[in-house]
Ligand binder design. Structure first.
Ligand SMILES: [Mg+2]
Length: 407
């Protein structure tokens, strides 16, 4: 029997929440924009009315105002969006525990094991959820219903706002195959271009190839695209209550003033490495790969990574490897706007402990001493708060907005 999976996607979510909180905005062109005072602020969400004027996310405040002089800008309130997102998921959870948030405004729901699904009420549950979210929360959602996550996600994008789209297996070829291949989950612009060069424009084009041809040209990703195009996505919907395993930890900072010297960059890197390291230790993880990203003032990006022979969760090591990567890839004098430091290929700290002793410590510093130092800092921070102790750099370079990520 096929699975019954829904993808629920809130329509113009941030803008809808702002209108909900301030009814005076209803029916008006509203754009949520970071830093609306500055013409360079970026639109992160637009109401339906604003979209009618052609306002899109990633427009600048300046561009948006040009498209619609009456547009009302509001700054984002992310804590509010998370709070209402939790309320919405609570409604989904009345049907099953298999509710997996995909982002703050999207969730997958697996109804396969429920009585409603067994009774053939799959699509009517989708309609019921739309009605309940509209009446109990006050915003609208679009729901995609299908036999796997990829098609459910695709379906929720097909009709907006406040609509249900159902793709049963027997209609896959007529509904899904004519769509552009870039509509598939995880097929980005660059993969789309690579596929286009192979003459593959639609999902059907991809589905009709030999799987081995796509694997040959695009590697593992090509095989995944073929599977998705043919409806062979087996990914389960995870339980809402399942502990999510941390797969990578990163932290980035956008600086209001360009960083020009290696010293300035180094200060930034040490601060970011500190937070990455302490989050790794908190999650009980160590990572085998250090990743950095630099964005210059022209938004040109350099991304580099280095594999380690011994996994780490130490600020000192993460920062030193990051700086090595930067020294050999940064063109001195190029102004830097954003730095990101990350750690991936994670393993449990305990598992890696025994491995560690097998290696001779080849670093110039004493790992054990550093472990003690950094874990002491953790303990002090746990007791007295995050900002109670630092490694002596924060005051100098703590300006700028940092943005931590855990995946
Ligand atoms: Mg949405």
């Amino acid at each position: 029997m096929d699975r019954g999976i829904l993808h629920c996607d809130c329509n113009s979510y941030f803008a809808s929440v702002e209108v909900l909180m301030n009814p005076e905005l209803r029916g008006k062109p509203v754009a949520v924009a970071g830093d609306p005072e500055s013409r360079h602020g970026i639109v992160v969400a637009a109401s339906l009315e604003a979209k009618k004027y052609g306002i899109r996310t990633t427009d600048t405040v300046y561009q948006a105002r040009k498209k619609c002089p009456d547009v009302i800008f509001v700054p984002p309130r992310h804590h509010l969006y998370s709070e209402i997102s939790r309320d919405i998921n609570q409604i989904y959870l009345e049907y099953t525990d298999l509710v997996e948030p995909f982002s703050v405004d999207e969730s997958f729901i697996d109804l396969t094991g429920t009585i409603r699904y067994q009774r053939g009420e799959f699509v009517s549950v989708a309609d019921e959820l739309r009605k309940r979210i509209r009446e109990e929360i006050g915003i609208t959602i679009s729901v995609g219903a299908s036999f796997n996550k990829v098609f459910a996600k695709l379906a929720s994008d097909m009709k907006k706002p406040d609509a249900t789209t159902y793709i049963p297996r027997e209609r896959m070829e007529s509904i899904v195959w004519p769509l552009p291949v870039t509509d598939l989950l995880f097929v980005g612009k660059r993969t789309g271009e690579a596929l286009q060069r192979l003459g593959i424009l639609t999902i059907g084009d991809a589905a009709r190839q030999d799987r081995s041809f796509l694997v040959d040209r695009l590697g593992k990703h090509g095989g995944m695209i073929w599977d998705y195009a043919n409806g062979n996505d087996q990914e389960p919907v995870r339980s809402y209550y399942e502990e999510r395993e941390v797969k990578s930890v990163s932290n980035s900072c956008t600086y209001p003033k360009d960083l020009m010297t290696l010293d300035e960059i180094s200060d930034g890197v040490y601060i970011l490495s500190d937070s990455v390291a302490s989050r790794l230790r908190k999650a009980g993880k160590k990572g085998y790969t250090i990743q950095i990203q630099l964005k210059d003032s022209g938004f040109h990006t350099i991304s580099r990574q280095k594999a380690l022979s011994v996994p780490t969760h130490l600020r000192k090591e993460i920062a030193e490897v990051s700086m090595d990567l930067i020294r050999s890839n940064w063109n001195p004098g190029t102004p830097i706007r954003l730095i990101s430091v990350g750690c991936t290929d994670l393993v449990d700290s305990e598992e890696s402990g025994t491995q560690l002793s097998l290696f001779e410590d080849r670093t110039s510093w004493d790992r054990e001493k550093q472990e003690k130092l950094e874990s002491t800092v953790d303990q002090i921070r746990n007791k007295l708060g995050k900002s109670s102790i630092s490694f002596g750099l924060d005051a100098k370079a703590s300006y700028g907005k940092t943005n931590g990520k855990q995946k």
